[in-house]
Design a protein around this ligand. Structure first.
Ligand code: CP
Length: 315
């Protein structure tokens, strides 16, 4: 069926088309009406098995602005707590005929698995360390607006790469769009397979930031460091926190990004995060709503086409 599970599998022209459609939604969201009927008559269920502020709020707003009936499942108080499995919960909701299921889950692969069990369109809102595809699209839209292109840029992705689905989806997208990605961080926070990802790897932040067009900071994800090495925050900030002195190694017009939620004083100096001449962190959030509208618009169109064909076959 029609799903949106990852950047893996998307062609460059499909990425460009989604970003172009998202631009139309940026304009709509800045207009007085903010509304379209692209999801009229459709039901969208948001299932977040992990905490979220930006992603959940933007999917909810996106669905409502496009005319869907939107329901947020409160997973903390759902029957999962009584031992119901992920798949049984999904099948239960599937029986209520949703059209779109937006899912975040702490386990890599859980969203793909769920997509095989239901007959509605499933959107990956972040699964474990695997992918967070709408985040990569909103980052790409933010970069394209700031730099005018997505090819031949140097993008430094810095910090806790090992635990980051944001890094994985961004690497896939930026490589596909022919930018150069540098991974910058301590060896303890580099994933085992990183050498095969087609990126330069740096453990010295100043060298990693040299001549970068884009500096993308990541959160230190302590909740995923079960039993492993956890650096001290002070030492981490000294070596890998983005401050004015390290940022000076990047191009003078380099933009600073962070997917949120950010830890000020751990991976980024609050002064840099708030510097409107360098930081595009708030614009990333704005682009998030538009990109999610574009993704759901395309899925809804695919669903409508499939249903039309079904009707023709059975008439
Ligand atoms: N960037 C991101 O996914 O943020 P949330 O965890 O708040 O959704």
């Amino acid at each position: 069926g029609a799903h949106f599970l990852g950047i893996d599998g998307l062609r460059p022209d499909e990425i460009t088309a989604l970003l172009d459609l998202a631009e139309r939604y940026v304009a709509l969201n800045r207009s007085a009406s903010k509304h379209s009927d692209a999801l009229a008559g459709m039901t969208q269920i948001n299932m977040f098995f992990e905490a979220s502020t930006r992603t959940q709020a933007s999917f909810e707003l996106a669905g409502k602005r496009m005319g869907a009936d939107v329901m947020n499942m409160s997973m903390a108080s759902s029957s999962l707590k009584k031992g119901e499995t992920l798949i049984d919960t999904a099948l239960t909701l599937n029986a209520m005929h949703p059209d779109l299921l937006v899912v975040r889950h702490p386990l890599s692969g859980a969203v793909d698995l769920l997509a095989q069990k239901v007959n509605c369109a499933v959107i990956n809102a972040g699964d474990g360390r695997h992918e967070h595809p709408t985040q990569a699209l909103l980052d790409a839209l933010t970069i394209r607006r700031a730099k005018g292109r997505l090819h031949r840029l140097v993008v430094a992705i810095c910090g806790d790469i090992a635990h980051s689905r944001v890094a994985r989806s961004n690497i896939l997208l930026l490589n596909r769009m022919e930018s150069r990605v540098r991974l910058v961080g301590p060896p303890t926070l580099m994933p085992a397979g990183a050498a095969d990802w087609g990126c330069e790897i740096h453990d010295d932040m100043r060298a990693g930031l040299e001549d970068a067009d884009v500096v993308m900071m990541l959160r230190l994800q302590k909740e995923r460091m079960d039993g492993g090495f956890i650096p001290s925050e002070r030492e981490y900030f000294d070596r890998y926190g983005l401050d004015a002195e390290k940022l000076a190694c990047a191009k003078p017009d380099a933009i600073v990004m962070h997917p949120g939620p950010m830890n000020r004083g751990v991976e980024i100096d609050g002064m840099i995060a708030d510097d409107i001449n360098r930081s595009v962190i708030q614009e990333q959030v704005e682009m998030g709503v538009a990109v999610r509208m574009a993704v759901m618009d395309r899925l809804a169109a695919t669903l409508r086409d499939a249903r039309q064909r079904e009707r023709l076959r059975s008439s």
